[in-house]
Ligand binder design. Sequence first.
Ligand code: SME
Length: 165
Amino acid sequence: MESRYDMEELKLPVIADKTELYRCLTEQVKSIVGAEKNIIANMANVSAAIRQAFGFLWVGFYLCDNDEELVLGPFQGTVACCRIKFGRGVCGTAWKLQRSVIVDDVDKFPGHIACSSYSKSEIVVPVFRNSKVIAVLDIDSDRLNAFDSIDKTALENMVKIIVND
Ligand code: SME
């Protein structure tokens, strides 16, 4: 039967290495975002897609609300803090440094903001529009050392798709 919807469910390989899973996911995210310009809608779908693919503890976005703080945006996971100051926590640090930050062990990151006691490692990737950080993608894992340069490269590529100018 023909679907009433334009979009089908994510199709992800059962056995795949991380690089292959990201490749597969990125292709589908491109198609899900399509011509959609609304960044909130795109962030919502990308959060859901990444969490479904990898089963991370928390996946979501914080948006630059002004020049001083981030505010919680679309996410998948348990409730989280609403506002993070520029330069604070992993998210505020990635914003300040304007680059991705990987934290192998959150207990060893000075100023880490704990939204869940289950979070063990984290990656934060800035989202740029016209060379300015407008948001960050934050992913928490319940495992130590969950993120490496493969995640960094793939996620930096993924966040470019949602800024559909
Ligand atoms: N750990 C983040 C705060 C956000 S939660 O992880 C969802 C940080 O240190 O910036």
